[in-house]
Write a protein that binds this ligand. Structure first.
Ligand SMILES: O=c1ccn([C@H]2C[C@H](O)[C@@H](COP(=O)(O)O)O2)c(=O)[nH]1
Length: 497
């Protein structure tokens, strides 16, 4: 390090996420992880830091941070705050520290891209377009410090700020970055229903739907996302101990889930820099334990349509960082307990599986408490999430495409043919096609259609049962046309032959 000795005003130039950062003119970059950046900034003068920013994800954030640091060689110190449970869960701060400690090696990322893999127990990648010599130079030029609390971080930043000014370790370096704009198929923008047996299966279908038909829009975070509005996901049969595929293609694993469930079920005291936890909103924020309230409500009135919990505080409009999960309802129908949750904004690739599993754990907790305290031994009903903005960020598009390629086709292949809209039996009687509509399980007759024109019949059936599965409707079209042809040439018709 070369000391310049006199005070210099540096300017941090960010090419990535420029509007998400707090800028100063010192030589220390401050990474606050999941702690809100203002919680540190308010204790500092701009001359004491170069930049303050948050880092959420090792696979998505570190690459951009490294690119920004390479453009700003006046940054000689890095203070990494690794203070919260969320930081432990995400592992981004840990992975960043491992980059500086252990470096990188050439490898292949989850999406099959050749990348620099950070030597860490937590997967984190840096684009291969970045010259390894530049990465090595950065690693050795910057002094890195990990801190566990806001006060320790502030103390360290102030300590560095008092040191003599150091000459930049090199010239600003910029490396090419490729982006691919996805092809979007036409489709409905508002209101979608996706159903699956497990959270994993439902997730793959959700990702496919958004990735193929979602609108590409700017996000509030210097990037783009692909979005559908009002996406309802219905998970019918998630097993009690949760289904994790083998190999696990979900963005979370069992150990993450354990920590995450506690964020939903357990109260947490207010902590500076931590915006909210769902458990805190549910257990104490409004001065009532709402989970207890709904348990009591349902025990007293099992048919109640008012077992509702709210996480949205009207004061949330006054500050950024409001809870994404807003309302939760519980209902008992036919002795089964369903849970419905609305999320104002939902990162369907990185966050939805954890949101869904956390909510499922809450649903199970409420079921068990009701069973333990009353005569109601309810079955677990479906979990339903309604995501108002259901989006996938551009930095996970390639992961989403990879997931669709590997899993969507396999899931579609496993689909059974049972259509909740029922079955249709096709026969010919008196030179007319006769279609009998029956219920899926017991086969009771619920409707009858007749005529000679196959297309007219399909339209009638689809108008009467608009929730019919598309593949079922197409099958009916083919069979009805076969029946119509048989009438024309006076041949017997047998369905499916
Ligand atoms: O439980 C959560 C918490 C956050 N997010 C996502 C939704 C948004 O992509 C982002 C929050 O951004 P704002 O809407 O607060 O700006 O995080 C979720 O999907 N689920």
């Amino acid at each position: 390090m070369t000391e310049i000795g006199h005070a210099t005003q540096f300017r941090y130039a960010a090419q990535h996420k420029p509007n998400q950062l707090i800028y100063g003119n010192g030589q220390t970059a401050v990474i606050t992880g999941w702690t809100v950046k203002q919680a540190i900034a308010k204790h500092l003068q701009p001359s004491e830091y170069a930049v303050i920013g948050q880092l959420y994800s090792p696979t998505r954030g570190i690459n951009l941070l490294i690119r920004n640091l390479l453009l700003n060689p006046h940054v000689c110190y890095l203070v990494v705050l690794n203070a919260t449970k969320e930081d432990q869960n995400a592992g981004a701060s840990q992975c960043l520290l491992d980059f500086f400690r252990n470096g990188v090696e050439k490898n292949v990322s989850d999406t099959g891209r050749t990348s620099w893999l950070i030597r860490s127990t937590i997967p984190g990648y840096i684009d291969i377009d970045i010259d390894i010599n530049a990465l090595e130079k950065l690693r050795h030029a910057v002094e890195v410090e990990e801190e566990k609390s806001i006060s320790e971080a502030v103390e360290k930043i102030k300590y560095y700020a008092q040191k003599p000014t150091i000459a930049p370790w090199g010239i600003p370096l910029e490396f090419p970055m490729s982006t691919v704009e996805p092809k979007v198929l036409p489709g409905t923008r508002y209101g979608h229903r996706i159903e699956g047996k497990t959270i994993a299966e439902t997730w793959v279908k959700i990702i496919h739907r958004i990735k193929t038909t979602g609108t590409i829009r700017p996000t509030g975070y210097d990037g783009k996302w692909q979005e559908l509005i009002d996406l309802t996901a219905v998970v019918t049969d998630e097993p009690e101990d949760f289904y994790f595929p083998e190999p696990n293609y979900l963005p979370i694993d069992r150990s993450f889930l354990e920590e995450y469930v506690s964020q939903i079920l357990d109260d947490a005291p207010y902590r500076e820099g931590v915006k909210y936890t769902y458990g805190q909103r549910l257990r104490s924020w409004f001065g009532k334990d709402q989970i207890e309230q709904v348990i009591q409500k349902l025990i007293g009135e099992i048919d109640a349509a008012s077992a509702v919990m709210t996480l949205w505080d009207v004061k949330d409009h006054e500050k950024g960082g409001s809870p994404c999960l807003n309302h939760i309802w519980l209902r008992v129908v036919d002795n089964e307990l369903s849970l419905t949750a609305t999320l104002r904004s939902n990162d369907m690739f990185a966050a939805w599986p954890a949101n869904a599993m956390g909510l499922r754990a809450l649903q199970k907790h409420i079921r068990d408490e009701i069973a333990g305290r009353s005569e109601y031994d309810l079955k677990m009903g479906p979990l339903i999430t309604l995501s108002q903005s259901a989006h996938i960020y551009d930095d996970t598009w390639s992961n989403a495409e990879e997931l669709i390629k590997k899993q969507y086709v396999a899931i579609c292949r496993k689909l059974d043919y049972a259509d909740p809209a029922g079955n249709f039996l096709i026969e010919i009687a008196d030179d007319e096609i006769v279609v009998t509509h029956t219920t899926p399980g017991s086969g009771e007759i619920v409707g009858c259609y007749s005529g000679k024109n196959a297309l007219k019949l399909v339209r009638e059936i689809c108008a009467a049962s608009p929730a019919i599965r598309p593949d079922h409707a197409a099958y009916l079209g083919i069979e009805l046309q076969k029946a119509a042809n048989c009438i024309k040439i006076d041949k017997p018709y047998v369905q499916d032959q």
